[in-house]
Write a protein of this length. Structure first.
Ligand SMILES: Nc1nc2c(ncn2[C@@H]2O[C@H](COP(=O)(O)OP(=O)(O)OP(=O)(O)O)[C@@H](O)[C@H]2O)c(=O)[nH]1
Ligand code: SF4
Ligand SMILES: [Mg+2]
Lengths: 602, 412
């Protein structure tokens, strides 16, 4: 079996701001190299998750291998990794970078540089990658490739002359990109003769073969049937299958230094293997593991509960499996009086939380209730040391609290100057403090300090609509600041519905409280007794409404002889009741929780 | 004493004949009906002949049982000619050799024989002939004596026609009349209901059925409600109306023997309808008719058969397999237990613990301890009475009969 000369390998990823055309460009590259047959062609070929196709965004980084015959007549193996552009999935980008020597930095020729362009470019530079700047969508009437090339030089410091203009839509400029990948990106540096070291940079669970790992072989060679060792996990296993992905898996006998591929080693127990681990051979293995990945810190937290409490174990297994594929989620068991057993989960952002919930529901066939998203707060008690909380339920009595601090981010917002006013208004409304402002041609970059909890849910959407889609933002956590925060509780007949508790700024408590009580009233059916729905801060009631007691529930008709139908109606009624959650003696239907929890984002 | 209770199959059969045609379809109706502005002689003859075929093919399922009741329901059965009705009644009588008489000689059955009648000019003229055809009980779809409400309900008739029909019924010698009343119609007030009840009572019927208007999903009313184009009656008002009816009818000497049925005395209760509630055998013939098959060794909890709700489909079955017109549903023991409870609770007598035990091998409490306790604690159920362990609904529980009933069925 011949291994490929590393000099003929190029590993690169495609990075950009969201929607600048990474996946579409990947389509053209796959086509130009005949990696995808005419029959299998489809738009955004690599976005193969149902959710990605529905939403038109990339969620998971995706690997594909191509063969390209360059101007020098040699055939090169090009390994492409398409990455997501949305800020919530930047962990995907950072891992993809570790498998590459270069990156195509795509910039939309009409939009120019946006927040995530910069953020991803910096990540790539930090990872020592060779950057190839590409201006995409030059076919658009509003495209201004020269201006954008200049912007790339001014803001990122890459030579405008090196910028490649393309249209991923029409295919103009694609060959030049392929040639540039060969010319400008260095071949992988590893040594095929050294002890094997392969970095697991992605993985997923397949119900037939178990854990499937996507690796970049850094040094040495991995062979099929070989015994391998996971250096961090400390376990040994035999390789049952090796694949390259071009772009569907194709079995190979070995993967050598510089190559990217798939490893299957009969691992069925979850939790054994983590992304970032190093694979070496069991015999004559490497002495040291490769640097893995930094643990990412979750920004947004929600409680995830199965609608049917019997699904708790299924949810647990589903989370374990999903965690393998998305190491950025964190979770730990949590109990709610209203919702039963579930998990407190941490996410990188609100979209991330939403996507994870949807993946759990679709890929694992679960029905879930998600509690309102919250951020991590720092509680400074009157006595004792400050501590962080990730759930409103963990907040002590107000008498015990000296102060609550909330996480604050430094948000960098890019916006055409026409929309500046709207953006400043939005930031003001979200308790922002302006830090600085810079003008680049017709675009403005403003920086604001904003409380994280003001931006986790709908800030991005509001920004988009205030700027007709032209504004973008990125943020970094800068620390905790004291704020006038209160815990808002919702009570039914005096019992707190813990799943609906919120930590909110005092000025917004009243509005949220009356919204919540109104919504609940709509969805809680009349019961044997009147139900008082209250919103309270501590013992102070700030909103109140009542659901009257049920008076009557009887179908007058017994449907002639159709007793079966009557029984079925009753059975349905009973099933509906079973799906209700008991808070004290009040039955609350799932829909009430869902409606109340959805309140924030519409 | 035990023999009072261990008889849960009376060994008889009630026969229900469904005659599905109506002059026009009321917008709230979800019965198995066929619109027939003009029920031609050809269509009538064909339907009658199909019914006779089905009767012949299916009567063996009820072999050896005495005929307990006969019911012509619909639809509007009174659209059929008295000749047709007579022919059908004779055939049923002959099939079950009613009371041991040889009915072949042309005697109509002497058991309760009900015809549903809608107020209309054609029908009242035929009433004497219906009487001669063996009908001895009329159930008249008056619904209201208030033209505004009748119009709002989309009914074909108006109050004066209803009055004429009632007069004609008495004149024809019917001494067992039941009147149907709908309440909680859109915009109806308690005053409107009081006037309806007053007039209803003036007619001194033997039996009254009162139905709260329900918005069935697959009807024009149901769709209008879902689309927000119509409002259903406020729940509190509907509850008050229920109590109003109960009070008024009781004060006038009527007893409520089932959630929505009142009669002057025990003998004028609907023998036929009670068979459903008491889970006795019923042979249902015709499009969309339901049968309750008797319990047997093979089917300890009996079975049901539902005929197709479409005319064409039923006719097709008559052609191909008249002995099996409807799909069978075999009752599970749990399903049966639930039904036994909720059907019994809808009746004034309530659930007899001994009878229940005879059928299911344990008292209601053996199977439903927690539910019964909870319902008693809420004041919805009353335990005891004639025999310890018997259960019946309280006044409060009657308004919430479905909530109570749901406790006793399996969740799906
Ligand atoms: N006119 C034009 N449209 C393009 C071009 N490239 C991409 N698009 C369109 O831009 C939109 C976004 O393209 P994608 O390829 O999904 O963008 P992406 O960068 O992969 O997006 P994320 O993965 O979600 O960050 C799609 O509607 C594409 O059809 C181009 O060259 N010209
Ligand atoms: S008359 Fe009776 S059966 Fe006929 S459509 Fe009206 S409600 Fe239905
Ligand atoms: Mg994409």
């Amino acid at each position: 079996m011949m291994t490929i000369d590393p000099a003929l390998i190029r590993n690169f990823c495609i990075i950009a701001h969201i929607d600048h055309g990474k996946s579409t460009l990947a389509d053209r590259l796959l086509e130009a190299t005949n990696a995808v047959s005419e029959r299998d062609k489809k738009d955004q070929f690599l976005d193969n998750m149902e959710l990605e196709r529905e939403r038109g965004i990339t969620i998971k980084a995706q690997t594909a291998r191509m063969n390209f015959t360059a101007e020098d007549g040699k055939t090169y193996v090009l390994n492409l990794i398409d990455t997501p552009g949305h800020v919530d999935f930047s962990y995907e980008v950072s891992r993809a970078l570790s498998a590459c020597e270069g990156a195509l930095l795509i910039v939309d020729a009409a939009q120019g540089i946006e927040a995530q362009t910069l953020a991803n470019a910096y990540l790539a530079v930090e990872a020592n990658l060779e950057l190839i700047p590409v201006v995409n969508k030059i076919d658009l009437p509003s495209a201004d490739p020269d201006r954008v090339a200049q912007e790339i030089e001014d803001v990122i410091g890459l030579d405008a002359a090196d910028v490649l203009p393309v249209s991923a839509k029409t295919g103009v400029g694609i060959d030049a990109i392929l040639q540039a990948i060969v010319d400008r990106i260095p071949p992988p540096a590893g040594e095929a003769t050294a002890p094997a070291q392969a970095l697991i940079f992605d993985a997923y669970f397949d119900s037939y073969v178990g854990v499937v790992m996507i690796v970049r072989v850094v040094n040495g060679v991995l062979h099929k049937r070989e015994r391998i060792k996971f250096m961090v996990a400390g376990i040994e296993q035999e390789i049952t299958r090796l694949d390259v992905i071009d772009p569907t898996p194709r079995s190979v006998d070995s993967l050598a230094a510089g190559e990217v591929g798939m490893v299957i080693a009969g691992i069925k127990t979850l939790g054994d293997i983590k992304i970032g681990d190093t694979i070496t051979t069991a015999a004559k293995g490497a002495a040291e593991a490769l640097a893995g990945f930094q643990e990412v810190k979750a920004m947004v937290f929600t409680g995830l509960y199965p609608v049917d409490s019997e699904d708790y174990e299924d949810l647990k297994v589903a989370l374990e499996k999903l965690k393998l594929n998305d190491a950025s989620i964190s979770y730990e068991p949590e109990t709610s009086a209203a919702l039963g057993f579930g998990f407190r989960c941490g996410f990188l952002g609100f979209l991330h939380a939403e996507i994870v919930q949807e993946r759990l529901e679709r890929e694992y066939d679960l029905d879930l209730i998600t509690t309102a998203p919250t951020v991590r707060y720092l509680v400074v008690p009157r006595d004792g040391d400050p501590f962080e909380i990730e759930s409103p339920a963990a907040l002590p009595e107000s008498a015990e609290i000296h102060e609550i601090q909330e996480p604050v981010v430094l948000a960098t917002i890019h916006v055409p100057s026409d929309y500046l006013g709207a953006v400043l208004g939005l930031c003001q409304d979200r308790r922002g403090v302006q830090k600085d402002m810079g003008v680049h041609g017709t675009r403005v970059q403003v920086r604001y300090e904003l409380p994280l909890n003001e931006i986790v849910t709908d800030f991005h959407d509001r920004l988009k609509s205030a700027t007709r889609g032209y504004g973008s933002f990125d943020y970094d956590l800068v620390g905790f600041r004291p704020a006038d925060l209160v815990k808002l509780d919702v009570m039914v007949n005096g019992d707190a519905v813990d799943a609906l508790s919120l930590i909110v700024h005092k000025d917004k408590a009243y509005g949220r409280g009356s919204e919540l009580t109104k919504k609940l009233k709509e969805f809680i059916p009349r019961q044997q007794f009147p139900i008082a729905i209250q919103a309270a801060i501590g013992s102070r009631i700030i909103a109140r409404t009542t659901v009257r007691a049920v008076r009557k529930n009887v179908l007058a008709k017994c449907y002639g002889g159709d007793i079966t139908r009557k029984r079925k109606l009753l059975e349905k009624q009973k099933a509906g009741k079973k799906r209700m959650k008991m808070v004290g003696s009040v039955e609350i239907p799932q829909e009430a929780f869902l409606a109340a929890l959805r309140l924030g984002d519409d | 004493m035990a023999e009072d209770f261990d008889v849960f199959d009376d060994g008889a059969v009630g026969v229900y004949l469904h005659l599905p045609f109506c002059e026009r379809i009321c917008p709230y109706c979800d019965f198995a009906v066929v619109a027939a502005p003009e029920l031609g002689a050809g269509r009538e003859a064909r339907y009658v002949s199909n019914l006779l075929t089905e009767l012949k093919a299916r009567r063996s399922d009820f072999e050896g049982r005495a005929l307990a009741s006969l019911y012509f329901g619909g639809g509007t059965p009174s659209l059929f000619t008295p000749q047709s009705i007579r022919e059908l009644a004779l055939a049923v009588g002959a099939a079950f050799a009613e009371r041991g008489d040889d009915a072949a000689g042309g005697r109509v059955p002497e058991i309760e024989t009900t015809l549903e009648v809608n107020p209309s000019t054609i029908e009242w003229a035929r009433l004497p002939d219906f009487r001669a055809a063996g009908i001895n009980r009329l159930s008249i779809g008056v619904q209201s004596f208030n033209d505004t409400l009748l119009k709002r309900l989309g009914r074909a008739h108006r109050a004066p026609i209803a009055r004429e029909t009632l007069c004609a019924a008495r004149a024809a010698g019917f001494d067992n009349l039941s009147i149907d009343l709908i309440f909680a119609a859109p915009g109806e007030s308690q005053g409107d209901l009081a006037r309806d009840l007053d007039e209803l009572l003036e007619w001194e019927p033997e039996h009254i059925s009162t139905y709260e208007l329900t918005f069935e999903p697959e009807t024009p009313f149901g769709r209008a409600l879902a689309a927000g184009k119509m409002n259903s009656c406020d729940e509190d008002l509907a509850a008050d109306m229920t109590l109003q009816i109960e009070g008024r009818l009781k004060a006038s000497g009527f007893g409520r023997y089932e959630i929505s049925n009142y009669s002057r005395g025990e003998e004028t209760r609907s023998q036929h309808n009670q068979r459903y509630w008491q889970r006795q055998a019923v042979l249902g013939l015709g499009m969309g008719a339901h049968s309750a098959e008797a319990r047997s060794a093979g089917l300890p909890h009996g079975a049901r058969r539902a005929n197709p709700r479409r005319l064409g489909e039923w006719e097709e079955r008559i052609r191909t397999d008249p002995a099996r017109t409807g799909d069978e549903e075999r009752l599970s023991v749990a399903g049966s237990r639930g039904e036994a409870v909720f059907l019994a609770l809808r009746q004034a007598e309530g659930l007899s613990a001994l009878r229940f035990e005879a059928e299911f091998g344990g008292s209601p409490r053996v199977f439903f301890e927690a539910e019964i306790e909870a319902m008693i604690r809420r004041g919805w159920l009353i335990e005891g009475g004639r025999v310890a362990g018997d259960l019946r609904l309280s006044d409060l529980g009657r308004l919430l009969a479905d909530d109570v009933a749901a406790e006793f069925v399996a969740a799906v």
